[in-house]
Design a protein around this ligand. Structure first.
Ligand code: SF4
Length: 463
């Protein structure tokens, strides 16, 4: 398909919407058009004419309209184009033409009135309701985080094996055993430099990955204790322990000793057969064993992640996994929907075309949310990713009072975050919602060679 834009240049918005329906979408800013490999014989016109947005086939007369240019031209062309594509393909999406912006942000703009999301973006009623409930919660939590607060992200971009669906930049730790200790040493240098030079109190620490617990017991303990010593004024300390096969009693004790109050133990599914096929080196029994041990040690919050729409699974497998988690009753449960990642070994067709179809992921999520609400969990953050096979969302649920403040600070782009480690993105917030980013090299080897070069750059970024 070819879409020619007239009277506007919103190639970005048109591509975003077209990507929901068709594959291999390309933006051509120079010629003010967007193309897709699908339906090559078809040419559409997306036009703003005398203040009104139209979508129609080339050579035909302009039809009716959806919205006005004066109200919001960007939204008007997307809405008009989405409506046309829905009629053309007989497919509609739960989030309608809401793309490129977090649903909770739009919910806040619309005073948390679900009907406004449905009217303005064709968002389905249940998703509009979800965005408003989550947005309200997110908004209240953000108000509790003082504006001067600084979050510290510490990245460990290594994993014990690569999960089949993952395209994160993590390196396979089994091939990099030699550099894990060196990486921690480099990280320690950067952390010390930040602690001595940032002139701000770090209130939230989040150690993520990859899989932070892929480090050896002693190296992991050194890292966690170093963080505890350097940032004594923190009020929240989270470690994404992640893969149960890397979580040892020693590491759990080290985290407890250092004052870590929140940990993540992420099963993704409680079906051992699926875990094996996805190249995760642990079983559902490992999850239960580690969860029980961590629980007994008294961590304030345990988060567990699940994925809806995994290859090899049907909706009942996902709901079975959620049922198992609800029996454990962790303080947080995060539900991800599988999406196409550019470098993952799983292609878009595989994401869409298997037992777990788009419709069944959608239905399974509806049931899952009912189960979570019924068990007393409330959604407090929500985001969507580009290239979703099914246009769905990822949602963090928590028992009231057990939410992760770092997640809210990071998701909302409303609080400063400094990132230590390779691949981290520091973010500084300015007035009127403006923010700037400061990236770090993604290459762990390059990072190890000169961590202070990156530390200095990040500290300068905040001065
Ligand atoms: S544990 Fe997470 S980051 Fe690591 S390979 Fe699996 S999905 Fe990717």
């Amino acid at each position: 398909m070819r879409v020619i834009l007239k009277g506007h240049a919103n190639t970005y918005g048109i591509s975003d919407v077209l990507r929901l329906f068709y594959s291999d979408v390309k933006e051509d800013k120079e010629n003010n058009e967007v193309t897709s490999a699908d339906s090559p014989e078809m040419t559409l016109i997306s036009e703003i004419f005398e203040g009104i947005a139209y979508t129609y086939e080339e050579g035909q007369a302009r039809p009716g309209f959806d919205d006005t240019y004066e109200l919001d031209p960007k939204r008007a062309v997307k809405k008009s184009f989405y409506k046309y594509m829905t009629e053309l393909t007989s497919v509609s999406y739960p989030w309608g033409c809401l793309t490129g912006i977090r649903p909770t942000v739009v919910a806040a703009e619309e005073n948390f009135e679900p009907q406004m999301l449905s009217d303005k973006y064709y968002v389905r009623d249940d998703k509009a309701e979800l965005a408003c409930i989550t947005g309200r919660k997110e908004h209240r939590l953000l108000e509790e985080i003082p504006e001067k607060d600084l979050g510290l992200y510490v990245g460990i971009p290594f994993c014990p094996s690569r999960c089949e669906y993952c395209s994160f930049i993590s390196a396979d730790a089994t091939k990099h055993l030699g550099i894990l200790d060196k990486y921690e040493e480099a990280l320690s240098k950067e952390i010390s430099y930040i602690a001595s030079n940032i002139n701000r109190d770090v209130s939230m620490i989040y150690v993520g990955g990859g899989t932070p617990t892929v480090l050896s017991d002693k190296t992991f303990e050194k890292l966690i204790q170093n963080l505890a010593d350097k940032f004594p004024k923190r009020s929240e300390f989270t470690v994404e322990a992640g893969r149960p096969d890397t979580i040892t009693s020693y590491k759990l004790d080290a985290m407890k000793e250092a004052g870590v109050d929140r940990i993540c133990i992420n099963p993704q599914t409680m079906r051992s057969e699926t875990l094996a096929r996805l190249n995760r080196k642990h079983s559902a029994e490992d999850v239960l064993r580690v969860y029980e041990e961590a629980s007994a040690k008294g961590f304030d919050v345990i988060n567990m992640d699940l994925i809806a729409g995994l290859k090899y699974e049907k909706d009942e497998d996902f709901l079975y996994s959620l049922g198992k988690l609800l029996e454990l009753a962790p303080e947080n449960i995060t539900i991800h929907t599988l999406y196409k990642k550019r470098r993952a070994s799983m292609g878009k067709e595989e994401v869409l075309d298997r037992n777990f179809t788009r419709g069944s992921v959608d239905d399974a999520l509806k049931t899952a949310y009912e189960m979570l609400f019924g068990a007393g969990y409330i959604p407090y953050y929500l985001y969507r990713q580009k290239d979703t096979g099914h246009g769905l969302e990822n949602t963090g649920f928590a028992r009231p009072g057990k939410e992760c403040r770092y997640n809210v600070a990071m998701m909302t782009d409303k609080r400063d975050i400094i990132s230590a480690g390779a691949g981290g993105m520091s973010k500084r917030i300015f007035e009127h919602g403006r923010y700037e980013r400061c990236p770090c090299t993604k290459d762990p080897h390059e990072y190890i060679r000169d961590p202070l070069k990156y530390a200095e750059k990040k500290v300068r970024f905040f001065h």
